[in-house]
Unconditional design. Structure first.
Length: 116
């Protein structure tokens, strides 16, 4: 099992920045990919960004150039730096960890609201 604990969400004005953190614990050596997904009101959950154990990254087109995913292996933590935030970035953000057999673990979610 893998436990994921997110932090860093909140309310920010358009154009502002936030950094989300996801601390992993448990059987982390089985994890191949970690990432962030989000679900906006009335919409399906979507992938925002992911990072492999080798450091390869992948981003949704809507966040490229604004968001950066990174990981600190010593702290078993993944970060999502979000800059130039827009109202359409408002959503619940979920940390995800995918095991070698593609089984997914999920965090509890953290709310990000972009509003003036």
């Amino acid at each position: 099992q893998v436990q994921l604990v997110e932090s860093g969400g909140g309310l920010v004005q358009p154009g502002g920045s936030l950094r989300l953190s996801c601390a992993a614990s448990g059987s982390i050596f089985d994890i191949m990919i970690m990432g962030w997904h989000r679900r906006a009101p009335g919409k399906q959950r979507e992938l925002v960004a992911s990072i492999s154990s080798g450091g390869s990254t992948n981003y949704a087109n809507s966040v490229k150039g604004r968001f950066t995913i990174s990981r600190d292996n010593a702290k078993n933590t993944v970060y999502l730096q979000m800059n130039s935030l827009k109202p359409e970035d408002t959503a619940v953000y979920y940390c995800n960890a995918q095991r070698f057999d593609r089984y997914d673990f999920w965090g509890q979610g953290t709310q990000v609201t972009v509003s003036s």
